[in-house]
Design a protein around this ligand. Sequence first.
Ligand code: HEC
Length: 277
Amino acid sequence: MKFRMLYTLFTLTGAALLWTNNSSGPASVQGLDRTGSPLSPGPCQACHSAGAFSPTLTLEILDGGAPVTEYEPGKTYRMRVVADADGAAGYGFQAVALTGADDVQAGEFSNPGADIKVTPLNGRQYPEHSMRRTSNIFEIDWTAPEAGTGDVRFYSAVVAANGTGSSGGDGSAFLTSPVTLAEGAISSAEDKELFDAFTIFPNPMESRLNLRFNSRERGEYQLRVVSLQGQRLLERRIEVAAGEQVQGIDVNGLPTGVYTVSVTDGRKVSSRKVVKR
Ligand code: HEC
């Protein structure tokens, strides 16, 4: 009852400011980790419990569809969370990837599937549902962190809902121990980086973003500017000559914030974090 009132308060005040509704993810609505990680005051079942469903939760990190147990630094994988329950009307989830004794964010989430968003919270990214989903499969890209990061722990919780628009009568599950990926070897640093000596200036940037790099060969590459929420806000093809060069693009239309700027040929990638102010 107390929780419900709190939650309603949050949604009433939050809904006016944020693009959200009552059935949106708990990081955006409650400002809380509900994955059951060490940062969590309790998973979804703090509210969604004693209902008709007992979902099972499976979390996998996929490389070309096959689950992996170790990650290659800098490589992009697909995280898949499945909430299995018979007869549920809809589903929700939340997840986080942590590393180290301080539980800092490990790697980066981007490119979320339909009705999934990434909510930034206390310097970490929380993929979660943006509305009650009819599909019980949640997918999002995860780019592994740099070499030397060590083990990465994935925490997640799901809800199988009865669709009555309340937290009663639902069922939930969380990972009582995280799915852990060990750090693997980089196949070859030379092979992975698209450019040598890739820098972005100025950083912070204002109206213009300049890339300075050394390309081993000439070609057409894809430039992307991705927000912390994992949205691709800018995407364009750039023509690149062999050798050292500077290319500039207009970023006047970009909101202030932190971005990852990357250039890729589809196999190799060079990327940097940059602040827009
Ligand atoms: C603090 C209590 C609380 C926690 C914790 C919580 N929820 Fe909820 N949730 C609610 C309430 C209350 C509603 C109904 C709100 C409404 O739609 O008016 C709700 C609604 C939902 C719905 C829609 C249900 C339906 O039947 O329409 C989904 C899906 C959902 N939550 C998923 C989650 C997930 C996933 C988590 C954990 C990662 C979670 N919730 C954690 C309180 C909570």
